[in-house]
Design a protein around this ligand. Sequence first.
Ligand SMILES: C[S@@+](CC[C@H](N)C(=O)[O-])C[C@H]1O[C@@H](n2cnc3c(N)ncnc32)[C@H](O)[C@@H]1O
Length: 271
Amino acid sequence: MARPVKPGWITAKTADTNDLYERSVQCPESEVDLIIQAWDEIRGREPVTLREDFCGTSAVAREWVQRNDFCTVVGVDLNSDVLAWASNRIEKDLTQQQRSRIQLIEHDVMTIQSGSVDCVLAMNFSYYGFKKRETLKQYFTSVYNSLVDDGLFLLDAYGGSDSFLEMDEERDLDGFTYVWDQHCVNPITGDIVNYIHFEFPDGSKIKRAFTYEWRFWTLPEIRDVLLESGFSSVNVYWEGTDEDGEGDGVWSIDTRGEACAGWVAYIAAVK
Ligand SMILES: C[S@@+](CC[C@H](N)C(=O)[O-])C[C@H]1O[C@@H](n2cnc3c(N)ncnc32)[C@H](O)[C@@H]1O
């Protein structure tokens, strides 16, 4: 039931779903830290040119150009609405010098011709949208061909026993509740449908603010397809745990993960 709206409350009517998305699922500072860490550990240098595939609101691209005054980034997404939102945010949040080092391109990542870059990023599992093995391989091969000779491709993956279940997970955030809804999981095909819903203190809701129709790829499958696409090696960054067994935000290259209910890992594929 709807409750009277208090000053400062976000409601379904006033919410900016892209802003809620960033606040719910993204942490661009730690993503950029991870990029720099992987480059330092694997290549012993800092990357300069980045391409953020599936860039969405451009959160990572904006963080990237704020780290120094010379790094550049190309963000690629095929959704013109989210790119318009990103352009506004870039205009509002960044200096002219920072803006001059970001380019947003409305394009399918599968066929983008961006020129050679040090690093390509594909985060928040967006490539799970490529449901067939040959399509995934075609995308990974095109990334491989876009990288400089010592380039790295950084992507993420999720898994764990819960990821095979149809279930909801709620998190109370500042002024709203984020709901991750694993709505449909087909164990025969690997097809999954996930939604993000938002709920507000006045009782209003935005159901299915975001929809993801994906193939659930496992880490060994992703690794195999990366190697078949030409990458010379594939490193998995696994998160450490604190004394309560919770993720501690410290990532290191590992070959033995923990068979827990839910995990996220980063992958560094080496050209
Ligand atoms: C899950 S969001 C990821 C946003 C952001 N990268 C992040 O880490 O949270 C997926 C984005 O990928 C875009 N997208 C999906 N398929 C695409 C494709 N083939 N080429 C370009 N963009 C695509 C969607 O428009 C959406 O903005």
